[in-house]
Design a protein around this ligand. Structure first.
Ligand code: ZN
Length: 377
């Protein structure tokens, strides 16, 4: 376990600030600038935000109570002080997101043109003309959502979902992507990051996907709970029916015994009251059972990992082989070395995924010469 001083020093340096030892246990610390954007006001609003700490400029802190009088203007740093609480809160928040690099992939693929010609189908008389090939980092965002189902019992499920930030498509094989033997903190080869969609947009997509999964899981649990509830209610109704039957018999027996009218009245009143008690208790306990079986679901984002995955991006144009002047706009064809497959290309007309391009007809209502099958019809 690092000491508090070691922890704070490492934290300040990690976030890009400065820490200088003035003398043993006395430090000058400086928070980095530019925290305003990622500034989070913590739950305890009395705590200073990181940005507020940064705005205070150079802070002289000491971890030794006896050093405070010798350094006027210095503040004592210990557990429970606002500075440490703010730092701890932020460190926990930062721990929920991380970036890793997928390494050990073979980017030198043999016969890539052959593979493209075989997989990306073109209309008769067309061929691919390859213009450029680049190795790029494609960020893959993996979100772990934590769903909590609370009824009479509490259950939790962690649901991972991944998206390619460049295409916005869901990553189907998360197990391949999250091969922890291959994930490293630094890349083996520094590559340029491909242009991609904003993470917030992908987060909304991921949440939408997860909400769908969670509702399905919720419905399944609800049905289970309902079956169990119906059984419990039936058992309880049986129990109270028995009580009423018993009461009924008692009443009949006592009527035989009693002689005067007053006594009969009194006895009847007593039975009516007891019957009311039984009925009230029954309905109360059934209501309680129903309340306990009500399912409440909460969903929260627990972790986010950005995996920078190298892929091969080939720029290509499809042109007519003989005489035809028609050629497509430059397209990006992506070779994914992880599953060793070509990814579906993007139709220039509808933006959908396709492995086959067709010639646009007049009916296609598009200016693009080559489009996907969906757009032709
Ligand atoms: Zn299309």
């Amino acid at each position: 376990m690092p000491t508090l001083q070691e922890f704070v020093t490492e934290y300040i340096e990690t976030i890009g600030g400065d820490c200088e030892e003035v003398e043993p246990q006395v430090y000058d610390i400086l928070f980095p600038e530019g925290l305003a954007g990622q500034n989070t006001k913590f739950k305890r609003s009395s705590l200073p935000s990181l940005n507020e700490l940064a705005e205070r400029g150079l802070l002289r802190v000491t971890y030794d109570p006896e050093a405070v009088p010798e350094h006027p203007g210095s503040q004592l740093v210990s557990f429970g002080t606002p500075l440490v609480d703010t730092v701890l809160n932020d460190a926990v928040r930062r721990g929920r997101t991380a970036t890793a690099y997928l390494t050990g992939l073979n980017l030198q693929t043999r016969d890539l043109p052959v593979k493209i010609r075989r997989t990306m189908k073109l209309p008769e008389g067309f061929d691919w003309l390859f213009e450029n090939i680049r190795f790029l980092h494609y960020p893959q965002a993996v979100f772990w959502f934590e769903a909590t189902f609370v009824s009479d019992i509490k259950e939790q499920e962690v649901l991972p979902v991944g998206f390619d930030l460049a295409s916005g498509r869901e990553v189907r094989r998360l197990d391949q992507l999250l091969d922890f033997e291959r994930l490293e903190q630094c890349p083996t080869q520094s590559l340029i990051e491909v242009n991609h969609i904003d993470l917030t947009e992908i987060y909304l997509k991921a949440r939408h996907e997860t909400v769908r999964t969670v509702s399905a899981l919720g419905n399944f649990r609800r049905r289970e709970l309902e079956t169990r509830l119906n059984k419990q209610v039936a058992r309880m109704q049986l129990y109270y029916a028995d009580l009423r039957k018993e009461l009924d018999e008692q009443e009949r027996r006592s009527i035989k015994k009693v002689s005067t009218n007053v006594e009969t009245m009194e006895s009847q009143e007593k039975f009516v009251k007891r019957l009311e008690t039984i009925n009230r208790e029954e309905s109360q306990r059934i209501t309680e059972l129903r309340q306990k079986s009500e399912l409440k679901i909460t969903l929260r984002l627990a972790n986010l990992l950005i995996v920078q995955q190298p892929k091969v991006c080939i720029q290509a144009v499809a042109t007519g082989k003989r005489g035809t002047e028609i050629s497509s706009e430059p397209m990006e064809i992506i070779w994914n070395p992880l599953p060793e497959q070509l990814e579906a290309a993007v139709c220039p007309s509808c933006g959908g995924s396709t492995f086959e391009f067709r010639l646009a007809t007049k009916r296609s209502k598009t200016e693009h010469p080559l489009i996907c099958g969906q757009c032709v019809s």
